[in-house]
Design a protein around this ligand. Structure first.
Ligand SMILES: Nc1nc(=O)c2c([nH]1)NC[C@@H]1CN(c3ccc(C(=O)N[C@@H](CCC(=O)O)C(=O)O)cc3)CN21
Ligand SMILES: CC(C)C(=O)C(=O)O
Ligand SMILES: [Mg+2]
Length: 277
């Protein structure tokens, strides 16, 4: 059964944790759905783990749309959230047009955008137009340069208080879910208790209502850096290289293709075509 928006609030009320994972294409979406993960995020981290950019800033609407469509084809029974790219919600008009495309063309069930009090007018406009919105505060990668890089947020009293205010403002503006990224567990715990909507943490500790990680990080498919909050559950990148090396060696040594990978004519046809008269 596909989880819908009211189910997430019910899960919070029942104390059932919510699992979220990113996916960016058809096979990864199939695997995430088969694993029973509660919701998929087509994150703009796609720019870094799939497209090789140094940050999420260059990611475009066309790129997110392209990948959201593939994810939707792979996961037909899972709630799919699409990240709004940097600058795609810089005004209310832009936000309405681009979020509408992610739902209508991409097949997403909701959109996520970064920011607190500063994006309240955007969140209000989207939710009034009937577009479900997920908030994202703390370490907001699209504006990481203003935050001093990919660093933990809300460590000092003023910033911790600001995060609590941001969370309240987003809930009041109509967000139905809130991602908390790279903040101390006590601050995440306070926000989670304070709000009715569920919080989904990434580097925000155990007191959130759910957890999200990046697909490529938990499977060992992204090696450029590893945030402290990542738990790696498999080393598929290493396994992939081993398999590719085997293929390479078997081609060089003529072990591949074997007879079972090869088409051949019947003896009778061979005789008629090539046999001696
Ligand atoms: N592969 C991947 N995984 C992610 O979780 C992720 C992305 N990419 N790209 C977008 C953002 C960027 N993220 C990151 C990236 C690095 C750190 C990191 O290395 N942080 C330091 C802490 C630095 C400090 O606070 O001083 C760490 O040691 O975890 C954190 C979040 C999370 N998101
Ligand atoms: C890490 C999650 C929350 C995200 O925004 C992304 O993958 O882009
Ligand atoms: Mg993102």
């Amino acid at each position: 059964m596909k989880k819908m928006i009211p189910d997430f609030v019910k899960m919070k009320q029942a104390g059932e944790k919510i699992s979220m994972l990113t996916a960016y294409d058809y096979p990864s979406a199939q695997w995430v759905e088969e694993a029973g993960i509660d919701t998929i995020l087509v994150g703009d981290s796609l720019g870094m783990v799939v497209l090789g950019y140094d940050s999420t800033v260059p990611v475009t609407m066309e790129e997110i749309l392209h990948h959201t469509k593939a994810v939707r084809r792979g996961a037909t029974k899972t709630f799919v959230i699409a990240d709004m790219p940097f600058m795609s919600y810089a005004s209310i008009d832009l936000a309405l047009m681009n979020a509408g495309r992610l739902l209508k063309e991409g097949g997403a069930d909701a959109v996520k955008l970064e920011g607190g009090v500063n994006v309240v007018p955007i969140v209000l406009a989207l939710t009034r137009a009937g577009i479900p919105v997920v908030g994202h505060i703390g370490l907001t990668p699209q504006t990481a340069n203003q935050l001093g890089g990919f660093k933990v947020q809300g460590r000092d009293i003023d910033r911790a208080k600001q995060l609590v205010k941001d969370g309240q403002a987003l809930e009041q503006a109509g967000a139905f879910l809130l991602v908390l990224e790279a903040i101390p567990r006590q601050v995440a715990g306070q926000i989670s208790t304070d709000l009715t909507i569920p919080t989904i943490g990434i580097g925000a500790g155990l007191d959130c209502d759910g957890q999200v990680l990046v697909f490529h990080d938990i499977l060992g498919l992204f090696e450029r850096f590893k945030p402290k909050f990542v738990k790696q559950y498999a080393s598929l990148g290493k396994e992939a290289v081993l398999a590719l090396q085997d293929f390479h060696k078997e081609v060089k040594s003529s072990q591949f293709p074997a007879s079972e990978h090869t088409f051949a004519l019947s003896d009778e046809v061979v005789e008629k075509l090539y046999g001696n008269k």
